[in-house]
Ligand binder design. Structure first.
Ligand code: COA
Length: 175
């Protein structure tokens, strides 16, 4: 698959102490698709995605530049998905993240997002204005994660009838 703008180095694998972030493989699709249909994961993301949209996403996610399957290094189980999209928000790079609920509460989110943000800074086209993440105001787990990584509130607005908070990462976070 050709590289998208700003993902010149793709395919890429990032490793952290406990995790590997790597391109989505066909074998990952059942676990990744669960992220789009699980009511708990989708609680602050607009609810479960329609079946027809899931089918399209299942095809598009395999090998897609900037879409990282997050897997445990030990045992290799897929625990979630982190996406890095250059130029997505006011020219800034947007990082999004979702973990399967059985893997919440172990610090995997922070570990994976920190690695993705560091990569996003390094991979962004020169002169790119920064790296951001968007979350619902009510999504306290997500906000704690972002604030633990040093992200600060850059703006608030209402979208899809829900208050949203845009966070900016002022510097690449420590890993
Ligand atoms: C938001 C989300 C990614 C958080 O995942 P997570 O792995 O539970 O998040 P964290 O890495 O912050 O870890 C959570 C807790 O585990 C704790 N923890 C446990 N073991 C840990 C360890 N070994 N290392 C670090 N932290 C650890 C952390 O301290 C943290 O506690 P706190 O929230 O009370 O401060 C997850 O809830 C999710 O996928 N939600 C649905 C999708 C979503 O809403 N995404 C956000 C919008 S894009």
């Amino acid at each position: 698959m050709p590289s998208a703008p700003g993902t010149a180095a793709w395919p890429v694998t990032l490793t952290t102490r406990r995790l590997a972030l790597r391109p989505v493989a066909a074998a990952d699709v059942p676990e990744i698709a669960r992220l789009w249909t699980d009511a708990e994961v989708r609680r602050h993301l607009g609810g479960p995605v329609a079946d027809s949209v899931v089918r399209i996403r299942e095809k598009r996610c395999v090998g897609a530049p900037g879409a990282f399957a997050v897997a445990r290094r030990r045992g290799r189980a897929v625990v979630g998905l982190v996406t890095v999209e250059h130029g997505a928000r006011d020219g800034r790079t947007e990082v999004s993240y979702q973990l399967l609920p059985e893997h919440w509460g172990r610090g995997y989110g922070r570990e994976a997002v920190a690695a993705a943000v560091s990569w996003a800074w390094g991979d962004a086209p020169s002169g790119a204005p920064g790296v951001v993440a968007l979350t619902q105001q009510a999504n306290l787990r997500s906000r704690r994660l972002l604030e633990a990584l040093g992200a600060t509130v850059d703006g608030t607005f209402v979208d899809w009838d829900e208050p949203q908070v845009l966070y900016a990462f002022p510097v690449p976070p420590a890993r």
